[in-house]
Design a binder for this molecule. Structure first.
Ligand code: HEC
Ligand code: HEC
Length: 558
């Protein structure tokens, strides 16, 4: 089982490059731009490039065999495009474009695009999802039902954009994330149920969440629908568990609960560094005075723009690491000048949760909690599109093995100094050097990787390999019409396109951008418009998050 999981993960991580959807869209763009005038439109000749399957039907391409395909033969002979490339008589389609079309056909052509492995997956209806939830609730002891909450993968399962192997990655990422948001000692993996394990169940108590925690999660959930044809099932779930919304989607949760505000809300992190240290029983000043704390410093950080110091304290749960980050390198901000008196412009904190995983916190100069680090202080160089370091997801995406290894550059300079502005003996006690640093990092990372293993994930090889940040980034990219259809439980994306074509209100709201071979929509527009689309299409009404019955409140022991 473990081997199988690792195998799946490797497969999934290979899929990160996603060459095939890319190749597919490049090939279709070339066909659309150069051939669409005649092999498209209302009366296409022989095949229609907007419907790639028609290329197969017209037998102008043979899947997996570019050289044997009539289409390639005509392009290489310069017979097509008729009238020449861009209307220049005798000009052939550029060789690079022909090469892309060759690769595309060799990789399966429209077959690979329209009928990827995922289409062989049987479509799951929302009523199946609800039926699985109802069965599970009904078979659970009555006393447990109010604590059970459900996640669904059906919209990913039903989408041609999601590879089989990626589904497993979503399950792993969910398990990892709920445990990263837990104050409970034990690690608990969500339970898989329903058709092909596309429903996942958690018990709030396993993470010390309350009904209120869940209410705050669903308060911003944009995809809650009361489908008119499923009201009976929805009411049945509500009657069994007292929860208004039967389930939420895994992809949305991974992208949203991994970052503030939900990240802070779910973990109930306090508003200041002082309160955080009190909560964790870290006595920072005392520890420094008594030489219980350990400090290290570096001139060139991997993330901080200037020199940076790190301080470690032990806690009952493991470690508490705090960075001292600076906005500049003037004398007051130079840790080499006085490593005892650090006046940081901000700090990033990593501490162990009771289960051994990590939690994250960013503080400003006043010690107040903030959601993201100012980019003049630290930046995420692994993510040029969005270099902002946000609490939670950014940290998880870079601290893949727990703590990050670095070289201490302070302690060596101390020994060499005959004189200093500060007490050298104290500094030498506080800055123990590389060997001690290596020992502590090893200790902390062993704790972390053991905990991670219990969530069902292996330790990622690198930042590209980390499921939560990878899937969150994927969630935030543009959606295709197939994903949009799957989000609405519409089996055939063409049907959704047709419905949009027929709806003036949806076109006025800009949903016509989903139409056509290059159609797509930005995630935030889709989230905002989802309720409207569902209503316009007569699927159902947007869920009002007000609970039907008083949810049972569970008190969290302090
Ligand atoms: C200006 C109009 C026009 C353009 C542009 C054009 N075609 Fe054609 N195409 C035709 C016509 C007309 C025929 C039918 C006559 C023939 O078979 O030569 C045809 C036939 C074909 C056929 C054979 C169809 C069959 O059923 O056997 C292929 C393959 C083809 N085109 C590919 C392409 C490709 C690929 C492009 C774009 C790179 C393209 N054509 C661009 C007008 C066009
Ligand atoms: C772009 C990658 C990246 C991101 C994002 C990132 N870190 Fe780090 N972090 C590092 C590196 C690399 C080090 C090693 C020291 C250095 O180079 O600054 C480090 C070190 C640390 C340390 C000292 C302990 C250790 O692991 O060595 C703390 C504490 C820390 N980071 C907190 C955070 C927090 C909190 C976040 C999220 C808000 C975060 N980091 C986000 C790369 C990152």
């Amino acid at each position: 089982m473990a081997l199988l999981l690792i195998g799946l993960f490797l497969l999934a991580s290979k899929g990160f490059g996603q060459t095939s959807p890319d190749l597919n869209s490049k090939a279709l763009t070339i066909l659309q731009e150069n051939c669409g005038g005649c092999h498209g439109g209302p009366d296409p000749y022989s095949f229609d490039v907007r419907d790639p399957a028609s290329l197969l039907a017209a037998r102008v391409i043979q899947s997996g065999n570019a050289s044997g395909s009539e289409l390639i033969r005509r392009l290489e002979a310069g017979i097509m495009p008729l009238g020449g490339y861009k209307g220049q008589r005798g000009a052939k389609l550029p060789a690079e474009d022909i090469q892309i079309l060759r690769q595309w056909i060799d990789a399966g052509g429209p077959e690979s695009a329209r009928l990827p492995r995922s289409v062989q997956r049987q479509f799951i209806s929302e009523s199946q999802v609800l039926a699985a939830i109802i069965r599970d609730l009904a078979s659970a002891p009555e006393a447990d039902r109010p604590y059970l909450r459900y996640y669904s993968l059906a919209n990913l399962w039903n989408s041609v954009d999601v590879e089989e192997s990626e589904l497993e990655l979503y399950r792993m990422a969910l398990s990892k994330l709920v445990n990263h948001l837990s104050w409970e000692k034990e690690i608990t993996q969500p339970r898989q149920l329903g058709f092909e394990n596309t429903v996942l169940r958690i018990d709030l108590r396993n993470y010390r969440w309350t009904a209120e925690t869940w209410r705050e999660i669903i308060a911003t959930y944009p995809y809650g629908l009361e489908r008119s044809d499923l009201l009976e099932n929805i009411h049945r779930v509500q009657a069994l568990s007292g929860v208004s919304l039967p389930y939420i989607r895994v992809d949305w949760f991974i992208a949203n609960a991994s970052t503030p505000p939900l990240y802070h809300t779910i973990l109930q992190l306090p508003g200041t560094l002082d309160e955080l240290e009190t909560l964790l029983e870290v006595h920072a000043t005392f520890d420094v005075e008594q030489n219980l704390a350990r400090r290290f410093g570096l001139r060139n950080s991997g993330v901080s723009r200037n020199n940076r110091a790190m301080e470690r304290h032990s806690t009952v749960y493991g470690a508490y690491w705090k960075s001292f980050d600076f906005a500049g390198n003037n004398p007051g901000q130079n840790i080499f000048r006085n490593p005892l008196d650090l006046r940081a412009d901000g700090g990033e904190i990593i501490f162990n949760l009771p289960n051994g995983l990590q939690a994250y916190f960013i503080a400003d100069r006043q010690g107040k909690r903030i959601d993201a680090a100012p980019v003049n202080i630290v930046r995420d160089r692994t993510n040029p599109d969005d270099p902002v370091v946000r609490t939670g997801r950014s940290c998880i995406g870079c601290h893949v093995r727990g703590m990050n290894v670095f070289r201490d550059e302070i302690s060596g300079t101390l020994r060499a100094r005959p004189q200093a502005l500060f007490n050298l003996d104290r500094a030498e006690a506080l800055y123990p050097g590389q060997q001690e640093l290596d020992r502590l990092l090893e200790l902390d990372n062993t704790r972390f990787s053991r905990a991670l293993g219990r969530t069902g994930s292996r330790t990622p090889g690198g930042t590209d390999d980390e499921p939560i940040s990878h899937l969150a980034r994927k969630y935030e990219s543009t959606l295709t019409v197939s994903q949009a259809a799957a989000d609405l439980f519409i089996e055939n994306p063409k049907e959704l396109e047709k419905l949009i074509e027929q709806s003036t209100p949806l076109q006025i709201q800009g949903f016509d951008q989903l139409l056509g071979p290059k159609g797509g929509i930005k995630r935030d527009s889709w989230e905002q418009g989802f309720g409207l689309v569902a209503r316009e299409l007569g699927i159902g009404e947007f869920f009002s998050p007000t609970p039907r019955r008083q949810d049972i409140l569970v008190t969290v022991p302090q």
